[in-house]
Each structure stands twice: as C-alpha cells, then as structure tokens.
Ligand binder design. Structure first.
Ligand code: CUA
Length: 343
C-alpha cells in the first residue's frame, strides 16, 4: 500500500511539475513565474496528502471490515494513548504549513516590492467598464490599458460606484476594486501582446460584459501611443473624424441596442434614466436641447459620443473601443435612435 501511495503521488507530482499549468494561460508578467511555482508546489503537497488519506481509507475499509459471522452490533478494538502517533500527526502538518507560509510570504513580498517604479497607472472600475489614467496625462484614457514591455509598473485600482474586480489572468494579478479605497498591484510585463482584463466581482446586470484589454508593447510603440494621448483633448483618443451615417439601418441598430445599450439606457424620454439617460427622443426632446457633452443633438454628434465615449460631471459613457462597436454599428444605432425620435 505504501509503495502504491508513493508511486501514484510521485506520478501526480511529476505531471504537475512538468505541466504547462495553469493550462492555456501563458505567463506574461513578472509575478507569474513565482505564483505558478507556488501553485505547483501546493498541488504537489496536496496530491501526497490526498493519496495518503484516500488510499489508506479505502485499504482499511476493505481489510478491517466487519466479518460476515460477527453480530451487526459488533465494534472494533478501541485504541487509546498513542503519544508517538499523536506527536507526528501534529508535527508534520505544522512543518508543512510553516513551509507553505514561508514560500507565500516571500512571494507576496516580492510582488509588493517596488523595483524602482517606472510607471504608475490608475485603473478605475465603473458600471460597466474600466477607465485608465496615467498621472502624466491631463486626460483620462478610456477603455484599453497600454503597458510598456519590461517596465516595472504600479497599478492603483479603485472603483467609482460599486465593488468590481480587476484581473489580468496572464499576469496573475488580481485585486478588488473598492469605492473609496485604493488597492495596489505591481507587475512587470514580460511578453508583448494583448491580454484580457476581466471584472471578477458581480456588479450588476452588465457584469458579464465588463471586460477590456491590456496592450503590452515595446517601449517605442508605448511612447508613441503615450504621445498621442497627450496630444489630444477629449477622452478615449478623441477622434473627431466624421462617421458616415448614410447607410445606417434602424432594424440592425435596434438589435444592437438590445445587446449593447439597454443595460444602461431606456428608449423612453431623456428623463427616464437607468444608468444613463433615456435615448428614445434624443433628437426631439425639447426639454434637453443639448447632449451630455454640451453639443447639439445632431446624429453626427451622437455618433461622436458613441465613438469617443464621454467622461465628465454627468457620468461616463465608454467609448466604442470598449463596447466593441464598429463605425457601421454606430451608423445603425444612430439610425435606430433617429427612427425613435420620429415616432
Ligand atoms: Cu464590474 Cu463585475
């Protein structure tokens, strides 16, 4: 039995150690190798304990089962006072827990340590999206986070409304986004690419859609992007190129509105507010002659808000990048809103 336990546990340990684990999540940031090591180490310790307990339990249940000729009320031999056994089953788990604690504290302090901070980013959660600010930029950057490769980065995360979660699986970093509290994460991106950022706290009916991306790029590309952000007023990159609205289809826009907009906007009058204002009479509501950003309520101006988003005293509207709305989609949505205003 002991040989069986050793063989099974050794095999499980071996495959845990060599596996590309956690499966499918390539490590893309600096805490990843050490957290993955801790994960595998825990898995190996757990597999030995699991096998010792379950295999012996099964073995004892078979070998020491009640004989067929014994009465149903028969009980086994009662054993008391085994100081040697009691000593070891106290000492061994204690040693294991202390070893795990030492590894965990070491790795945790490595993650928390500043390594000559180069970049600071603020990540703010809201229903239902993420906003990123770089303290050296006057304007907040909506939607997608950019990080330079191999640069130690501090990310301050917080929330504007309710509890959210900030998780980049490939970098093995995760923190709660709590209104009124700033949590700090440290990461050094080690692999260029685009990775997911996911909200991990149930935060309302848009929770499942609350995700965005982090773009890790080389220093030159990051500097170029950073320069572009600094050079534009307005949020989300602030494109002001007009969008062709002529081919917009109201019925396609209606379907899209149900998927992308209806969590936050009703199709009632402006005052019929959910998270944002009602959009059913956005072009004809004389009580609200201006859009949220102060522009006139023309189809083109509404399209620009859909494209660039809005951030200000009256709230936040994520940009089309965050909402993954193409220019064609914008044209369809505007056509739908125009058709509503005519009714
Ligand atoms: Cu934010 Cu879930």
């Amino acid at each position: 039995i002991t040989a069986l336990i050793v063989i099974v546990s050794a095999l499980m340990s071996y495959f845990t150690w060599i596996s590309d684990w956690p499966i499918g999540l390539i490590p893309a940031g600096d805490p990843a190798p050490s957290t993955d090591f801790l994960f595998k180490f825990l898995g190996i310790v757990a597999s030995w304990i699991f096998n010792i307990v379950t295999i012996y339990t099964i073995y004892f249940a078979i070998v020491f089962r009640r004989p067929n000729d014994a009465p149903a009320s028969a009980i086994g031999v009662q054993i008391h006072d085994q100081p040697v056994l009691e000593f070891w089953w106290t000492v061994i788990p204690t040693i294991l827990v202390v070893i795990l604690a030492i590894f965990s504290v070491k790795i945790w302090s490595d993650i928390q340590n500043t390594q000559g901070d180069v970049l600071t980013v603020e990540a703010i959660g809201y229903q239902f999206g993420f906003q990123f600010r770089y303290p050296k930029l006057a304007q907040p950057v909506t939607g997608i986070m950019h990080l330079p490769l191999n640069t130690p980065t501090t990310i301050h995360v917080t929330s504007r409304d309710v509890l959210h979660g900030f998780w980049i699986p490939e970098m093995r970093i995760k923190a709660d986004m709590v209104p009124g509290l700033v949590n700090t994460l440290r990461v050094t991106p080690t692999k260029a690419g685009t990775y997911r950022i996911i909200c991990t706290e149930f935060c309302g009916d848009g929770h499942g859609l609350m995700k965005t991306q982090v773009v890790v790029e080389n220093q030159q590309d990051f500097a170029k992007w950073f320069h572009q952000q600094g050079g534009t007023a307005g949020a989300g990159g602030g494109s002001s190129a007009a969008i062709a609205l002529g081919a917009g289809k109201a019925d396609a826009g209606q379907a899209l509105f149900g998927q992308k907009c209806s969590a936050c906007h009703s199709v009632g009058p402006y005052a019929q507010k959910l998270v944002g204002p009602g959009l059913g009479q956005i072009f004809s509501d004389s009580a609200h002659p201006k859009l949220v950003n102060g522009a006139d309520p023309t189809p083109q101006n509404v399209a620009m808000i859909l494209k660039n988003g809005y951030q200000g005293d009256l709230g936040i509207m994520p940009s089309s990048q965050v909402n993954q709305i193409s220019n064609t989609d914008i044209a369809n949505l505007v056509a739908y809103l125009v058709s509503l205003s005519k009714k």
